[in-house]
Ligand binder design. Structure first.
Ligand SMILES: C[S@@+](CC[C@H](N)C(=O)[O-])C[C@H]1O[C@@H](n2cnc3c(N)ncnc32)[C@H](O)[C@@H]1O
Length: 247
């Protein structure tokens, strides 16, 4: 959500340039492709970074995201026709669709600020997984206080965009430790020196909250890791990496 005149396509290019392929993406790709030719739901698929990789690995993938411009950027990528893209949230997925696996990669859950909405999304996913179908998602662990690293000094990056290099960093602007919302701004200084600032809010939820939400949605939690290499909570990268299944 950048302010000013930043074009939607630039915002999506910037998102992809900042979020280059990493161990988290590898985790979700491996999770989604663990069953051959699985039907996979990628809820909150964004620009389709992971969605396309899962489809190209042979899965039938439905990518769903309420952000129309990001989905347009996904649709414009090579081989995007291998994915069914749907604009909206979990409520727009056709009722007769069934999935073997669902993913919400790169902290989608944190962008859903309202607890009731996240609970409904989880219940919708549970409703469309086949018995034995699995869900994986990540959410930053509030105990790790990741927002403290969102300063210019600690998060500054040079990113490569089609038009040249940009500087990018995050700055936390407000933290409500009692309730979880963290407000921050993403800063970009482009090749021509123009600064774009986009501000957003993320919700940090505890392991306990997420476990309760999944259980209320009818899902059984299999694992909660602290990082994408299976580290225990508190010893990884400050994430809660959660897998669950439908009984
Ligand atoms: C940080 S991006 C992650 C995108 C993608 N999963 C990835 O790995 O790059 C979070 C995405 O969650 C989406 N989102 C926000 N609210 C949502 C909701 N209620 N249901 C599904 N997706 C949502 C946003 O539009 C955004 O594209």
């Amino acid at each position: 959500m950048y302010s000013g005149s930043m074009a939607d396509s630039h915002s999506s290019d910037l998102y992809d340039a900042v979020n280059t392929w990493g161990v988290d993406d590898e985790f979700f790709l491996k999770f989604a492709t663990s069953a051959t030719a699985a039907r996979v739901l990628d809820l909150g698929c964004g620009t389709g970074r992971v969605t396309l990789a899962v489809a190209l690995a042979g899965c039938m993938v439905t990518g769903v995201d309420p952000d129309g411009p990001r989905l347009e950027a996904a649709r414009a990528k090579p081989k995007a026709g291998r994915v069914e893209w749907i604009v909206g949230d979990s409520t727009v997925i056709p009722a007769d669709y069934e999935f073997d696996a669902a993913i919400m990669s790169a902290n989608v859950a944190q962008e859903i600020l309202d607890d009731a909405e996240l609970a409904r999304s989880s219940a919708d996913i549970a409703g469309q997984l086949v018995p034995g179908g699995r869900l994986a998602f990540d959410s930053r662990d509030p105990m790790a206080r990741g927002w403290e690293a969102w300063t210019k000094e600690r998060s500054h990056k040079i990113v490569k965009l089609p038009e040249g290099q940009s500087q990018h960093w995050y700055q936390t602007t407000h933290v409500d430790e009692a309730n979880g919302p963290v407000e921050f701004c993403a800063h970009e200084v482009g090749v021509d020196g123009t600064e774009n600032i986009g501000c957003d809010t993320l919700r940090f939820r505890s392991e306990e909250q997420l476990r309760t939400m999944l259980s209320e949605a009818g899902l059984v939690v299999d694992d909660v890791f602290g990082g994408f290499a299976g580290e225990p909570v508190g010893q990884g990268i400050g994430s809660l990496v959660i897998t669950a299944h439908k009984p």
